[in-house]
Write a protein that binds this ligand. Structure first.
Ligand code: FAD
Length: 519
């Protein structure tokens, strides 16, 4: 992954690409991995950084979705449970099993959730993560020592997967690149080109670093712009009927003392009838999420006061210590690219399945679905895109394709475990320059070596890329991230050959952005 090399490949290509993908989130990068591994010539353009959209802002669960089971959507649950198993197999360094406890305060909850979660486990078949079981009050408190004990009867435990979304995404970009794809961040698509018959045959884009205008031909253009995909569709058909009903979800992050064990809390029905999770994540406690319809998606969505209060109040019902605004270390917001199904107003009830739509212009849009099912979505999309573009038929290989970094046993890699097979190279950076082994902030484990690695090898271009996505500092502790910014800018400037003015502007830009993660 080397941006100047990627940019020069884009400039050098005179033939059309087999597949050109708009959008570098889970959906687009998944399509790039699939198409490149089938041997197609692939270009992916991302307007900002990889994962800047929804794909770095999820609840970090690799799951079948217990809620969809309750809604009777068995096929969606089964597909997601299978994908959960494949992802653990192909990215074992990133997906870990996590115990989720549904605390029971009413007599009917143990049999009801006990049975439901048994079915959930049965549906996973050979891809199971562990059998669910009913717990006594004592055992429940052993797993969740900070649970509110007033009226507590016991619990039901089941197992699902947990991951780091932005890290998986960067590893998938590396996987696609290793399979021969060209992927460029900071390259917004600004228009679509058409052939004599009016079919989309490429895109107009801009390289934001060089300022250069790009014109790239393609046999098929795949619109994977997530919550922004209607804007891309309107580039071809200005009055296209919108497909997406955007809905935002927020998460609050607290320190580990709120959930000190290794188990998560799953609240199956909040006061507004939804699911809420409290999850241990990177040594912190992540609580979310909400589902609030919004008029349009933006790249930096902001939490609403009601959403914050709702999460604080619901968490207070289940925890023995009531979390307050002062306890919030970071708040982050993601926008669901939910596909419209008629004119229903309640986004929580909208389909979580993915949709592939082909406009009359031949632009193929893939939207919806979830992180967990990105591989299956990509397989479906590439099958249809290859047919549309009349590309030679080639089988999908991603069911068994290891994700970059795959490592069978990361236990010995310590705090760098998340990097999987890349960890020794980062350790080597520290060995050569011990200054790089120094932590950037006492509250977080990140070191200078990770900044150098992200800049040198993972196409990080800004301080925000490093603090929000290559590491998760901004999402874990926004104040600590702010304090780290000057040192990160200094290390990046050295790597990228930038001057003091660049450093100052990067720190100023990041500080402005980080304000949105503070309460
Ligand atoms: C609050 C929340 C919690 C979630 N939790 C989970 C979970 O725990 N587990 C799970 O499986 N799923 C979860 N999901 C769903 C999952 O995160 C999304 O389905 C997935 O990330 C969507 O990916 P995407 O690539 O379609 O969209 P995005 O990640 O938004 O990617 C689209 C990309 O397109 C780019 N783009 C837009 N316009 C252009 C243009 N003109 N040119 C170039 N690029 C462009 C954007 O910058 C963006 O990076 C959650 C979603 C939300 C909102």
């Amino acid at each position: 992954m080397h941006r100047p090399e990627m940019a020069s490949r884009v400039r050098a290509r005179t033939e059309p690409w087999d597949m050109l993908i708009v959008g570098g989130g889970a959906t687009g990068v998944g399509v790039a991995v699939d198409a490149a591994s089938r041997g197609y010539a692939v270009l992916l353009l991302e307007q900002h950084d990889f994962g800047k959209g929804t794909s770095s802002r999820s609840t970090k669960l690799v799951h079948g979705g217990v809620r969809y089971l309750e809604q009777g959507n068995i096929s969606l649950v089964m597909e997601a449970l299978k994908e959960r198993g494949l992802l653990r197999q192909n990215a074992p360094h990133l997906v870990r099993d996590l115990a989720f406890v549904v605390p029971n305060y009413d007599w009917w909850e143990a049999p009801f959730y006990g049975l439901g979660l048994k079915v959930y486990n049965l549906l996973s078949g050979k891809y199971g993560f562990g059998a669910s079981r009913i717990l006594s009050r004592e055992k429940t408190l052993e797993l969740l020592p900070t649970l509110n004990t007033a009226g507590l009867r016991g619990g039901v435990v089941y197992y699902d997967g947990q991951f780091d979304d932005a890290r998986l995404l960067i590893n998938l970009v590396a996987t696609a690149a290793a399979q021969g794809a060209t992927l460029l961040n900071y390259a917004p698509v600004t228009g679509l080109t058409r052939d004599a018959e009016g079919f989309v045959d490429g895109v107009l884009a801009r390289d934001l670093e060089s300022g250069e205008a790009l014109r790239c031909g393609a046999r098929v253009v795949v619109n994977a712009a997530g919550p922004f995909c209607d804007a891309v569709r309107r580039m071809a058909e200005p009055d296209a009927t919108p497909m997406i009903a955007p809905s935002q979800g927020i998460h609050l992050v607290f320190d580990r003392t709120f959930l000190p064990g290794d188990s998560a809390i799953m609240v199956p029905r909040t006061s507004d009838g939804r699911v809420l999770f409290a999850i241990p994540w990177h040594g912190h406690t992540l609580v979310g999420t909400t589902d609030t319809p919004i008029p349009t998606a933006t790249l930096e969505p902001r939490p609403l006061a009601d959403e914050i209060q709702f999460i604080l109040d619901t968490a207070a019902e289940y925890l023995d210590r009531r979390p307050t605004r002062a306890d919030v270390l970071s708040v982050f917001v993601g926008v669901r690219p939910l596909v419209k199904t008629g004119n229903g107003g309640n986004t929580a009830a909208l389909s979580r399945d993915h949709t592939i739509h082909i406009d009359q212009s031949g632009l193929l849009t893939i939207a919806g679905g979830k992180w967990t099912t990105y591989r299956n979505m990509a397989e479906d999309c590439v099958n249809q895109a290859a047919t549309l573009a009349r590309l030679p038929d080639r089988p999908c290989l991603t069911r068994t394709l290891p994700v970059h970094g795959a490592h069978p046993d990361t236990a010995q890699l310590g705090p760098l475990a998340i990097y999987g097979s890349d960890a020794p190279a980062i350790q080597e950076l520290m060995r050569k320059d011990p200054e790089l082994a120094v932590r950037l902030h006492p509250a977080l484990p990140y070191t200078g070596a990770e900044v150098v690695w992200a800049t040198r090898v993972e196409m990080a271009r800004t301080v925000e890329d490093v603090l929000a996505r290559r590491t998760r500092a901004l999402f874990l502790n926004a104040r600590a991230a702010l304090a780290m910014a000057p040192r990160v800018a200094e290390l990046m400037a050295r790597e990228l050959g930038r001057d003091d003015a660049w450093r100052a502007s990067q720190v100023a830009e990041f500080s402005e952005q980080a304000k949105g993660y503070l309460l």
